[in-house]
Write a protein that binds this ligand. Structure first.
Ligand SMILES: [Zn+2]
Length: 234
């Protein structure tokens, strides 16, 4: 049976099924819908308390699903993506020469041929990333340089399952191009995480102690990274 649960101004819809099970079971389906099953003797209030305890997790799981469904971002008219944490809307106009102009929250793409929008958009994003990388590196390294390690070389790549990686012996750090959809604070946090690997290759206590010198709120930042609320161009 369909039920709804209200929290603040957010409403959660879920499908409740009484079953011969031992515990309350919760699942976010591929389409983002929420399914709950529970033993018959579990009351509605108990189910709702269970859901409220997992509210943030549920929101994040639903956001991730939404994002997966929208992965076909294609630089089309009216599409929205995030840049440094802010939503930006794509607008097309025709013109003889392909140009891209970012003003406030609008990305105006002048296109001789709208079929080429993705290629033009990706080229623009690449250049944007290169410019932002220099700025990001400057800010993060200003904080980390005092640790006395050699400055690593940075490169950008599209990565699907991680924000960055570090080969400490070679002094090489790779960052995900998606980083530039995130707020600057988060991107800097990711780079500082990789810088910390220059001194601690693992994720043991020493690593986290060092990271917390730069990001005392790291757990909150980790949550934010996993929130799934930012839309990437790829
Ligand atoms: Zn790490």
């Amino acid at each position: 049976m369909k039920r709804t649960l209200q929290r603040g101004n957010l409403t959660l819809e879920y499908e409740f099924t009484p079953k011969r099970v031992k515990n309350i079971n919760l699942r976010v389906r591929g389409d983002g819908s929420v399914a709950v099953s529970a033993p018959r003797w579990v009351g509605k209030a108990q189910v709702e308390a269970f859901l409220l305890e997992r509210w943030d997790w549920l929101q994040a799981a639903q956001n991730r699903t939404k994002q997966r469904q929208q992965t076909d971002f294609g630089w089309r008219q009216g599409e929205v993506f995030h840049l440094l944490g802010q939503p930006v809307v794509v607008e097309h106009q025709t013109g003889a020469k392909a140009t891209v102009l970012l003003q406030n929250d609008v990305l105006t793409m002048t296109l001789p041929n709208p079929d080429k929008a993705a290629a033009v958009g990706e080229r623009w994003y690449d250049a944007f990333c290169r410019g932002e990388l220099a700025r990001l590196e400057e800010c993060a390294w200003a904080k980390f340089a005092a640790k006395g390690t050699a400055k690593p070389t940075l490169r950008l790549r599209w990565m699907t399952s991680r924000w960055g990686s570090c080969i400490s012996k070679q002094g090489k750090i790779t960052l995900n191009k998606r980083l530039f959809s995130l707020p600057t604070e988060l991107a800097e946090y990711v780079l500082l995480h990789e810088y910390c690997h220059l001194l601690h290759a693992d994720h043991q206590a020493g690593f986290y102690a060092l990271l917390e010198e730069f990001a005392p709120n790291r757990k909150q930042l980790d949550q934010e990274l996993k929130s799934g609320k930012y839309r990437f161009v790829r």
